[in-house]
Design a protein around this ligand. Structure first.
Ligand code: AMP
Ligand code: MG
Length: 471
């Protein structure tokens, strides 16, 4: 039996078993068959037709021990002990033939003890955005939760206006957030904190169970993985939008998609979350906030790791982040990861920022300008206003380039906010074709065919859209 309920069974006092509340007229809209195979679920659910009946009955392996997890979190810098999964349930874990364990989690599953008077629902708009966003990051090579299935419904959910309710099943190695450990530490529930750590060592960090200091080894792994994830966000112009510690995974994967966006016209201080008045989660703040969050997490490790060792472990973040970022960015540009290469990379970004050029497209054009087959297309210099500056930069760049074959590092497609918005509007009218197309493009983000496809283009009147946090 590879479907398990390890969390619900061994940590039953850290949450509550709750039966999912189906939506009216639920329908399967998307099913990710290749992911189902990857995680070993196909042995149990061999066709997408099995999934919905399994969710609708309260006694199946997916629903009989569905579990609402308790956690806390630092939200916009303030500690909130009253959080927990207010609209999501951990359905089960599933193991594949390599023994890798994956959580199946239903978002929008109805009220839980942690719903705090909210409805426990998710709307089609945010569900579709998460479904596509997490697949897009995965295929860009950025660690992320994944999307297994999405369901539409005939149920109205009320937000600022009536909207269509939806649900999705997402997968992740686990749903353990920084906020889980913070909660049981700050509420002084030592036995539960210990049980949580035991669980994490048993199922997720077994390689550290017998280390000199297992907790220190685990903290270090989380620091390094988080640094790498953030480096890749910065490389691709991804803004998470709500980096509260309850939205941070101990696996260093992108998690809990809300008001995320890929930057169109480059602005280092771009903010997309309309509740983020101070710009705490602006694009350029993400590395610093990640370190702030790791520091918050590290408090929960303090019973096991000395302050000196915690400081030493956290200090690995900055160098790891910088190295990973410079490596990924110079790779994008075919430059060596030397001082000269990094200087040229920064020079390019400064030009993009000065002229508010489109971030992703500028890199793609640069890659196209290097590539033999595509040199006949419109030269990249034509897109810059300050040609003199561009020319002198480009001459230096040509002298330093070591790899001219960089198209595989520079996506031709990212799911931009405006195209997601269009896909949502169609989906709300019952037409999922555009969403399907955006999903397909998101899973082949380096394919040359998107270079000439409208769905990849930046918005015509590039203006910054702000997005709501929890919907
Ligand atoms: P988020 O901003 O989506 O990370 O949500 C913050 C917290 O609020 C989490 O604990 C969620 O489970 C909870 N939450 C968000 N939306 C809802 C909702 N519609 N009903 C119940 N809980 C919610
Ligand atoms: Mg969240």
């Amino acid at each position: 039996m590879t479907i398990t309920h390890n969390y619900a069974d061994s940590l039953s006092s850290l949450g509550q078993v709750i039966t999912p509340t189906p939506l009216k007229e639920m329908q399967l809209a998307f099913f990710n068959a290749s992911l189902a195979r990857e995680i070993g679920l196909n042995k149990h659910i061999d066709s997408s037709e099995t999934l919905l009946p399994w969710l609708l009955s309260p006694v199946t392996p997916l629903t009989k021990k569905a579990f609402a997890q308790k956690y806390g979190g630092h939200q916009f810098g303030q500690w909130n002990p009253d959080l927990g999964d207010g609209r999501g349930l951990l359905l089960c874990e599933v193991a594949n033939s390599q023994g890798e364990i994956t959580d199946l989690h239903l978002k929008g599953a109805g009220p839980t003890p942690y719903s705090r008077h909210a409805d426990g629902r998710a709307v089609l708009r945010s569900t579709l955005r998460e479904y596509i966003g997490s697949e897009a990051l995965h295929y860009l090579g950025i660690p992320s939760s994944r999307s297994l299935a999405m369901f539409t419904s005939g149920e109205t959910v009320y937000r600022e206006q009536p909207e269509m309710g939806a649900m999705m099943i997402r997968t992740a190695p686990s749903h353990l957030r920084f906020g889980h450990f913070e909660y049981f530490y700050h509420s002084r529930q030592t036995d539960r904190l210990n049980a949580l750590f035991d669980f994490a060592f048993t199922y997720h960090y077994p390689q550290f169970k017998h280390a000199d200091n297992p907790h220190k080894a685990m903290l270090k792994a989380i620091v390094l993985r988080t640094a790498r994830m953030i480096a890749l966000w910065q490389t691709h112009g991804f803004v998470h939008g709500v980096m509260n510690t309850d939205n941070m995974s101990i696996h260093g994967i992108t998690f809990d998609y809300g008001p995320y966006a890929f930057i169109d016209n480059y602005k280092a201080d771009a903010v997309f979350n309309h509740s983020d008045y101070s710009g705490r989660y602006a694009f350029k703040q993400q590395p610093g906030i990640a370190l702030w969050n790791l520091n918050a997490l590290a408090h929960a490790f303090s019973p096991f790791v000395s302050i000196e060792e915690i400081k030493e472990t956290l200090s690995l973040f900055e160098t790891t982040f910088i190295n990973q970022y410079q490596k990924a960015m110079t790779e994008r540009m075919g430059l060596p990861a030397t001082q000269e290469g990094v200087g040229l990379m920064q020079g390019f970004i400064a030009m993009i920022e000065d002229e508010q050029q489109d971030y992703t497209l500028s890199f793609r054009r640069l890659a196209l300008s290097l590539s033999q087959q595509t040199q006949s297309s419109l030269p990249i210099r034509d897109f810059f206003v300050n040609r003199e500056k561009f020319d002198s930069w480009y001459t230096a760049y040509q002298g330093a380039v070591v790899n001219r074959d960089t198209l595989a590092f520079n996506p031709s497609f990212i799911p931009r906010t405006h195209i997601l918005q269009q896909a949502i509007e169609h989906a709300e009218k019952g037409d999922l074709a555009l969403a399907q197309q955006v999903l397909k493009a998101s899973s082949t983000p380096y394919n040359a065919k998107w270079d000439h496809d409208e769905i990849a283009l930046p918005p015509k009147n590039a203006h910054q859209v702000s997005l709501s946090c929890s919907s």
